[in-house]
Design a protein around this ligand. Structure first.
Ligand SMILES: NC(=O)c1ccc[n+]([C@@H]2O[C@H](COP(=O)([O-])OP(=O)(O)OC[C@H]3O[C@@H](n4cnc5c(N)ncnc54)[C@H](O)[C@@H]3O)[C@@H](O)[C@H]2O)c1
Length: 270
């Protein structure tokens, strides 16, 4: 370990279980010297799995917050600032939920009420988090915010359904709020576009096995794991990335810029 985050204080959204990217990121940040607050939706905390993560991170407090509830977010930031004894240096937004997918609705037959909810939870929630921090002046100068996204925001992956639109919106909020927060306080806001990863949210995508195997064959370095993603988040939270903002950063073993691989060609020739 390099103590890259020594003295830094962060809030991690979205650790549901040991597979969660947020879980691995919390551990990686803790191992690099950060002090943490953990949060998730009240319903996700019911299983209590997060208490194990809290223990492994020096009893980091677990504060419930539904990310579309402004009162919850205000309380979360108030309690975090109190617990951490000062402003916040980094935030991980690792949240996604598609109501239409959950209800088995095809993209062409979506329910627009469900869609509003999906966009709010998966994309506008980033705006809600940043806006709460902005109003309370809860972020320190040069703080770093990372949200997780997927390449379906740029290219069509039919089974990704409405989440593709949600990710496009998330990436746009990143750029727009990134501009304003950079001017205000040198805060950096970026998205990391991660390879398919076996987690609760990931496995919810129809045909996930085919999806992840195809990505593996189409990525010169192979798929990036959740642990690799956690380490990339650490780098983005560290001072070594202090001039990087408003970017969508592909963390996908080269998938995004690969037209075809020899392996896929050989498969097609069979
Ligand atoms: N797994 C993949 O293949 C993959 C690939 C690229 C990007 N991502 C993104 O990574 C992020 C994390 O997902 P994951 O794969 O670790 O799965 P995960 O299921 O472990 O995490 C999703 C989290 O979102 C939380 N959440 C849902 N609704 C919420 C709400 N209203 N308020 C607060 N939290 C809420 C869940 O409780 C859960 O902890 C998501 O944004 C996902 O889209 C995942």
């Amino acid at each position: 370990m390099y103590n890259l985050l020594k003295g830094k204080k962060g809030i991690i959204f979205g650790a549901l279980n040991e597979q969660s990217i947020a879980w691995k990121t919390a551990k990686a940040c803790f191992n690099e010297g950060a002090e943490l607050v953990l949060t998730n939706a009240p319903i996700a905390l019911r299983m209590g799995e997060i208490n194990q993560l809290s223990k492994e991170c020096n009893n980091a407090p677990v504060i419930p917050a539904d990310v579309v509830n402004m009162e919850d977010l205000k309380k979360l930031f108030e309690e975090s600032v109190k617990h951490l004894g000062g402003g916040i240096d980094f935030i991980l937004h690792s949240i996604g939920m598609s109501v239409n997918m959950r209800k088995g609705k095809h993209y062409t037959a979506m329910d627009y009420g469900f869609n509003q909810k999906t966009l709010d939870i998966s994309a506008m929630s980033l705006h809600r988090v940043l806006r709460t921090a902005w109003d309370m002046d809860a972020l320190n100068e040069g703080a770093s915010v990372v949200a997780l996204t997927y390449i379906a925001a740029q290219r069509v992956f039919p089974d990704y359904n409405e989440m593709a639109d949600a990710k496009a919106l998330l990436e746009n909020v990143t750029r727009n709020f990134g501009y304003h927060y950079a001017i205000k306080k040198k805060v950096r806001i970026n998205t990391i576009s991660q390879s398919p990863t076996r987690t609760t949210a990931g496995s919810g995508v129809k045909g996930f096995d085919g999806f992840i195997n195809y990505a593996e064959k189409m990525s010169p370095l192979g798929n990036a794991s959740a642990e690799d993603c956690a380490n990339y988040c650490v780098l983005m939270f560290s001072d070594y990335a202090k001039m990087v903002t408003m970017q969508n950063l592909f963390h996908d073993g080269g998938f995004s810029f690969t037209g075809v691989t020899q392996e896929v060609i050989e498969q097609m020739e069979k």
